[in-house]
Ligand binder design. Structure first.
Ligand code: APR
Length: 319
């Protein structure tokens, strides 16, 4: 039987998710949106490309949660995106309310789904989603690290003129300005990035500028678009997580996962490497961080904690 994948939010990211999932034939797609017409129109449009692209799945659009019943995977992008000049944190109040409605809708109808949250501010929204829904912590996870890492690798590849496939790296911590590029785990054509810097093949200032650009990668696009925020790369990253779960690939991916003591962090969601397989988040991988990386990671955790405190002020039921 084909898998059932529900997309809550059929906006820019939701539409791209549906298209990618169709092209990859990962399963039947239900597009849900409070604006039913957007979900129905996009589902029909993508379905009409099936003879050309030769995929064989069903796509429907809806504004009724019963149509999402018994989903295997749910990807959430319901919420408002940033406008130029806004930070992700500025979205907290409005997106928190939306995520509460979504949590109510999905927890009753799809208690066994693997739920991937993309709505910003990511780490706090995914934590709120888990609390509001009561779904298991290993089945509720946030998409950020894959996107941030992908941006970092792309910028490095452009600077060094090396194909992206030859670069290994990842970015951890919160999905905001405090995110941490893991330089000790960054390799270009098998060579540590710090070695390239000491050999003078990559200037330290250039590397720092790339790290800065990665942190502000989303804002750069918001500024260009003027309306809305990035959607192609976020959708591709969300699909990578869904595919890993559905096909039990057990890949190590940087995701916003629940930490219960790992990385000296209790009761908080933040970006760490995890193994995703048929069991959801099967493991949080604990890396040996350098002193500097530890410090930067702690700073990032602090930023997420502070934002969660702000969320609790908005909704005291979020204990
Ligand atoms: N339930 C379902 N859908 C909702 C709800 C709700 N309660 N509230 C809003 N939506 C829908 C909107 O109608 C819209 O179609 O969510 C969709 C969001 O789409 P866009 O505005 O195009 O935003 P998008 O670029 O897809 O980003 C969505 O992901 O990366 C984050 O910061 C981004 O928080 C933003 C979210």
């Amino acid at each position: 039987m084909r898998k059932k994948i529900t997309l809550i939010g059929a906006g820019q990211i939701g539409g791209t998710l549906a298209h990618l999932i169709a092209l990859k034939q990962l399963g039947d797609v239900v597009m849900f949106d409070v604006v039913a017409g957007i979900a129905k129109g996009k589902a029909l449009d993508i379905a009409q490309s099936s003879p050309v692209n030769e995929f064989n799945i069903n796509l429907i659009g809806t504004d009724k949660y019963e149509d999402t019943k018994d989903s295997d995977v749910i990807i959430i992008t319901a919420g408002v995106p940033r406008k130029p000049g806004m930070t992700r944190d500025d979205l907290l109040g409005v997106n928190l309310k939306i995520i509460k409605q979504v949590a109510d809708g999905i927890s009753k109808t799809s208690p066994n789904a693997f739920v991937i949250c993309i709505t910003n501010p990511l780490d706090v929204i995914v934590m709120a989603l888990q609390k509001y829904s009561g779904l298991p912590k290993n089945k509720v996870v946030g998409m950020a690290g894959i996107l941030d890492s992908s941006r970092f690798i792309y910028f490095l590849s452009q600077e060094l003129n090396v194909p992206v496939q030859k670069i290994k790296s990842f970015v951890l911590g919160g999905h905001g300005d405090s995110m941490v590029a893991m330089l000790d785990f960054t390799e270009i054509e098998g060579k540590k990035i710090n070695q390239l810097v000491s050999e003078g093949k990559l200037k330290k200032e250039k590397l720092n500028a790339i790290i800065e650009r990665t942190k502000k990668g989303g804002a750069e696009i918001v500024k260009f678009l003027e309306k809305g925020s990035a959607f192609y790369a976020p959708a591709a990253s969300g699909v990578e997580m869904a595919e890993c779960y559905l096909k039990d690939l057990k890949k190590q991916l940087p995701c916003a996962a629940y930490l219960n003591g790992q990385y000296n962090t209790e009761n908080l969601y933040a970006g760490v490497p995890v193994i995703i397989g048929a069991g959801g988040v099967e493991k949080v991988v604990e890396l040996n961080l350098s002193e500097q990386e530890k410090k930067d990671f702690e700073n990032s955790i602090k930023a997420v904690q502070e934002l969660f405190e702000a969320a609790k002020k908005i909704d005291p039921s979020l204990k």
